[in-house]
Each structure stands twice: as structure tokens, then as C-alpha cells.
Design a protein around this ligand. Structure first.
Ligand SMILES: [Zn+2]
Ligand SMILES: [Zn+2]
Length: 482
């Protein structure tokens, strides 16, 4: 049963392994921030053309969004790739101490260099299969920019891009081999820009109107709101403009960026309306005016057990990577630099005692340097904190995400340790494994219309007569607030 590769998908990926590894390496080097991934997008477009895909650039009007499609007719399977990096996470590769490559520079702290390359490997293998077999069906690799900031996939959803898909599959690098399940939070970002009247703070404060006061009062108002919102809600803020550094000036300009979250998108919208009222109140109290700038918004994930099961079946059918002494030694050395989150990070370990027990055994009590096993199957509707723009895709078409071990066990995402391992052999093994699993899952979906229909029926049932409405107003352009 293992690696039954009748259609040649796995042998295609294995035969081109170093080709995909080079792409992952190069994107790690570029480490471009959200919506500024110009070199990364150009590289992917070039590689897609080389592979024989039909490439569309500047998808949905976003400079660094693109897609490569191959085949014709139904079903249409989308494979999602990301490539953006994180600010301030520059780090040398392959070392076990925090040592920035470029001080203050950016780094691939979420493993998106692997995410894009692994998804491309899957799409390329499926294309090779469609070509060889002459079977109907279309595979589309989507280059999705601005996941860390910018909500790229939500903007693409606003343009109706996911509607043509029968299913979307993706993966994320991590420290365990498992199916991503459950929901998360809907999230909306709005910038409030207050304007007042400048004045000498000692000589003429009576005629001044402080925008900074408005920001402070708005923040106080929101602090008092927190007691009166449901426990799933979160409100975060950052003062992006305090008006200046001179205390002897009444600040005429100040701005605060808010992020409002709730488990359900409708609740996030209602909570945001209350935050809007507080902004209005702060402006009334201070005699200032304000501009409300919508930045972006994402919907919560809609899980789909039907394709989760199909994905897991493929994860089980493909042999896991084998790690060398060097792989284990690097992971072991890195493990000494952080506090591991233990088995809690494995899906179901918190909620299900039997899964927790099994994970404790599989991880040697949480002591393994690399998780070299497939976690037990677990599907759930539970919402976890955090947001992703994959949520917007999952409202429109049945969507699933795999999680593959690419990093030492227990190192959290967005850490220098993930950047340090982004070009490692372990990371590349995880990336190629993701390619194999996604390719086989796409194959299953292409060849089994019944499964696709079942997945669609599940999505319809979960939406319960509701339908996707993009949170982002038509006039808002993609924007990463940095
Ligand atoms: Zn991330
Ligand atoms: Zn990520």
C-alpha cells in the first residue's frame, strides 16, 4: 500500500526534488514582506511558465498575486501557495544562536518559502499527470501574497476568484504531521486617524484640540468595552502616529490601528460597530474630527471533514521522511534554545485524552527533537485564536490544509528558530512531503466526483443558507500596514 504511485505523482516530485528545493532556498533569501513580494512572485511566474502552466499575473489587481493553470474542464482544483516573510526576523540559516543575517531585516519566520515551493511541487505533479493521462480537469496554482499582513486571499475572494474552484488545498509548515482542522477567528483591521488643531501647549492650549487626546480616550473607551463583549472576542491596537515628540505642542494629528476579532464574522462586524461608536465618542469629547480607514478583514475558517479525511488517508499512505543523525543533532541543539509548547500544539491533544496519551507516547513524552510520526486523525469545529485569509477561501469552496513537520519540535512559528531552519534538510523533506500529499489529494479529488459533491454538500450544510460576503469594501485597495 505504501507509496502506491500508479499515476507517477510521487516519482515526478522525487525526480525534481532539487528543482523545488532551489525555489524554497531562493524565496528564503528574498524574504520579502507582505504585498511587496515582487522578486518571489517573478520567480514563481518564471518557474510556472517553465513547467508549461498558463500564467496570469497581477491577479485581482494585486501586483504580487498570480496564478498558473493547466488543463481544461471540471473539476477545477486550486492549490494555494504563500511566500511572504516577517519583519525583524532576519536570521542566519543553519545556526543555533540568534544571529540576524541583516540586522533589522526580514526573515521567513512562518516557513512560507517552503509553503509556496511545496504547493508548486504538488501542482506540477498534477499537471504532469493530467498531461500524460489526457483526463479532463484543471489544476491551478495560486500565488497568494500578503498572508502575514494584507489579507491577500480575502481581496482575491472579493474579486470572486475562488468561485471557479471545486476545492482548494493547501498546507502549512510546522512541527507535526497532521490535518489542520477546526475554525479560528474572523479579524478586521481599521485605522482611525484623528485631526485636531495645533497650538502652543503652554501659551495657547485653549485654542488647541488634541488628536492625541482623542486616541487616548478612544483606547480608554475600548478598555471599558472589553468587559461587555463575549469571551471569544479580542481587540488589539497599535498607536501608529502619536502626533510627534514635542510635548509642548498640542498634537493635531494622531492615529490608532485597531484589530477586532470574534469567532464568527457577523459578530466581528457587530463588535467593530461598537468600536466605531467609541471613535465617534472620542472625537466628540475632544472636538476633533476623524477619518475611518478600512485596512482589511478576514472570515473565520470553515472546516470540511470530508476532505480532511481524504487528506489524512493520503498522509497515511505515503511514507514519512527519514531523518539523519545531522538532522536530529541540529534539531536537538535548537531545542535547547526555547521552551517547547509540548503536545498541546498537536491537534486534538488538548481536547481528547486518548489522543493526548498517544501523542505523549509518540513524542517520547514531548522530548523528540523532530516529530517523525503521523498524528492521530482528529476533526473538530473548535475555534482556535488567530486568523488566516484561508478562511475566506473556505467559505467559497471546500478547503483543507495539511500541516507538515519542517522544524524542530516545539519551536513556535514566527521565531528566529524557524528562520534558522528554513533551508535545512528537515525543512526540505517536509516541503517535498507536502508536495506528495497535496498532489495525491488533488488526484483523489480529480478522480472522485462523488467526494467533491460530498465536500460541497458539507460546506453548504455548514453555511446553513448563509453565503460569503467579503468584509472588504469595494473601494479598499490591498494595504499592508508597516
Ligand atoms: Zn505566520
Ligand atoms: Zn504562515
Amino acid at each position: 500500500m505504501l507509496n502506491a504511485d500508479k499515476l507517477g505523482l510521487i516519482s515526478f516530485i522525487d525526480g525534481h526534488a532539487s528543482w523545488f528545493e532551489k525555489i524554497a532556498d531562493q524565496i528564503w533569501e528574498y524574504a520579502e514582506l507582505s504585498l511587496k513580494e515582487h522578486a518571489s512572485a517573478a520567480l514563481y511566474c518564471e518557474k510556472l511558465r517553465e513547467l508549461g502552466f498558463t500564467v496570469t499575473e497581477k491577479l485581482g489587481g494585486i501586483d504580487t498575486a498570480f496564478c498558473g493553470s493547466y488543463g481544461s474542464g471540471k473539476p477545477v482544483i486550486g492549490i494555494l501557495g504563500e511566500y511572504d516573510a516577517l519583519s525583524g526576523l532576519s536570521q542566519k540559516a543553519g545556526v543555533c544562536t540568534h544571529d540576524p543575517l541583516v540586522p533589522g531585516g526580514s526573515g521567513q519566520g512562518c516557513g512560507h518559502n517552503l509553503l509556496g515551493a511545496g504547493s508548486l511541487a504538488a501542482a506540477a505533479a498534477v499537471k504532469a499527470y493530467l498531461e500524460k493521462s489526457g483526463k479532463p480537469g484543471t489544476v491551478i496554482f495560486f500565488g497568494c501574497p500578503g498572508e502575514e499582513g494584507g489579507a491577500g486571499k480575502a481581496f482575491l475572494a472579493r474579486e470572486g476568484l475562488w468561485k471557479k474552484l471545486d476545492a482548494a488545498i493547501s498546507w502549512h509548515p510546522g512541527d507535526a504531521n497532521q490535518v489542520t482542522t477546526g475554525s479560528n477567528t474572523s479579524s478586521i483591521q481599521v485605522l482611525y486617524k484623528f485631526s485636531g488643531v495645533p497650538a502652543h501647549a503652554a501659551g495657547d492650549p485653549f485654542n488647541g484640540r488634541s488628536a492625541l487626546d482623542a486616541v487616548e480616550l478612544m483606547n480608554v473607551g475600548v478598555q471599558f468595552l472589553r468587559e461587555h463583549m463575549t469571551p471569544d472576542c479580542r481587540i488589539h491596537y497599535a498607536i501608529t502616529d502619536a502626533g510627534g515628540v514635542s510635548p509642548n505642542v498640542v498634537q493635531a494629528k494622531a492615529a490608532v490601528l485597531y484589530m477586532v476579532r470574534a469567532n464568527k464574522v457577523a459578530e466581528a462586524v457587530k463588535l467593530l460597530a461598537r468600536v466605531d461608536d467609541i471613535a465617534k465618542g472620542a472625537s466628540l469629547m475632544t472636538g476633533t474630527s476623524y477619518e475611518r480607514v478600512f485596512i482589511d478583514g478576514t472570515a473565520e475558517l470553515v472546516p470540511n471533514y470530508t476532505i480532511e479525511k481524504a487528506l489524512y488517508a493520503n498522509m497515511r499512505a505515503i511514507e514519512l521522511p527519514v531523518y539523519t543523525q545531522e538532522d536530529l543533532a541540529l534539531a536537538e541543539a535548537l531545542k535547547a534554545t526555547y521552551q517547547s509548547s509540548g503536545v498541546d500544539a498537536i491537534k486534538g491533544a488538548r481536547e481528547d485524552a486518548a489522543i493526548r496519551k498517544r501523542c505523549m507516547e509518540l513524542t517520547d513524552g514531548g522530548n523528540k527533537p523532530i516529530n517523525d510520526f503521523l498524528a492521530p486523525m482528529y476533526s473538530s469545529e473548535t475555534s482556535s485564536p488567530g486568523s488566516t485569509d484561508v478562511g475566506d477561501v473556505s467559505w467559497v469552496t471546500p478547503t483543507v490544509t495539511a500541516n507538515l513537520a519542517c522544524f524542530s519540535y516545539g519551536a513556535g512559528a514566527h521565531s528566529w528558530q524557524w528562520v534558522a531552519q528554513g533551508q535545512s534538510d528537515v525543512a526540505m523533506k517536509g516541503m517535498l512531503q507536502a508536495g506528495r500529499i497535496l498532489a495525491r489529494t488533488a488526484e483523489k479529488l480529480l478522480l472522485d466526483p462523488g467526494l467533491l459533491a460530498q465536500a460541497r454538500a458539507e460546506l453548504d450544510r455548514r453555511l446553513d443558507g448563509g453565503f460569503y460576503t467579503c468584509l472588504i469594501p469595494a473601494e479598499v485597495k490591498p494595504h499592508f500596514y508597516d
